[in-house]
Design a protein around this ligand. Structure first.
Ligand SMILES: Cc1cc2nc3c(=O)[nH]c(=O)nc-3n(C[C@H](O)[C@H](O)[C@H](O)COP(=O)(O)OP(=O)(O)OC[C@H]3O[C@@H](n4cnc5c(N)ncnc54)[C@H](O)[C@@H]3O)c2cc1C
Length: 108
C-alpha cells in the first residue's frame, strides 16, 4: 500500500482535498494544530458554485438536506431596505444560498 498523502489543516480546504484524494483511492492522513474541533462557525452560507463542486464530489446531498435554503438576502439600515438580492435567477441546480454553520453544530 502506498504512503498516505499528508493534508495539513482540517478546514474546508483541507477536508475537501482529503475527500477528493480518498475519492480517487489515495490514502490520506489529515492533521490539524488544534487538539479538538472548533465549535465556532466561520461560515454560514454555502454558495451555489461551492454546492456544484460538492455535488461533483458526491457529497452535496447531506448538506442540502440539512441546511436552510435562502431564496434571497435583504440588506437593511434601520427600517429602510437598501437592497434585496434574489438567487432564483442563478443558472444552477442550486439557485439558493444554503445556510449551514461550518462548526460541528449540525454534524456531531
Ligand atoms: C466571521 C467569518 C464568517 C465567514 N462566513 C463565511 C460564509 O458565510 N461563507 C463562506 O463561504 N465563507 C465564509 N467565511 C470564510 C471561510 O470561513 C473561510 O474561507 C474558510 O474557513 C477557509 O477555509 P480554509 O480551509 O482555507 O481555512 P480554515 O478554515 O482557517 O482552516 C485551516 C485549518 O488549518 C489549521 N492549521 C493552520 N496552520 C496549521 C499548521 N501549521 N499545522 C497544522 N494545522 C494548521 C487550522 O487550525 C485550521 O483548522 C467566513 C469567515 C469568517 C472569519
Amino acid at each position: 500500500m502506498s504512503k498516505p498523502v499528508l493534508v495539513v489543516g482540517a478546514g474546508p480546504v483541507g477536508l475537501t482535498m482529503a475527500a477528493e484524494l480518498a475519492r480517487y483511492g489515495a490514502p490520506v492522513r489529515v492533521i490539524d494544530r488544534l487538539p479538538a474541533r472548533n465549535t465556532r462557525s466561520r461560515a454560514l452560507a454555502i454558495w451555489p458554485r461551492t454546492l456544484e463542486l460538492l455535488d461533483a464530489a458526491g457529497c452535496a446531498g447531506a448538506f442540502v438536506a440539512t441546511g436552510l435554503h435562502a431564496q434571497a438576502v435583504s440588506i437593511h439600515a434601520g427600517r429602510r431596505t437598501l437592497a434585496r438580492i434574489p438567487f432564483g435567477t442563478i443558472a444552477s441546480t442550486f439557485n439558493y444560498l444554503l445556510m449551514i454553520p461550518q462548526s460541528g453544530a449540525i454534524f456531531p
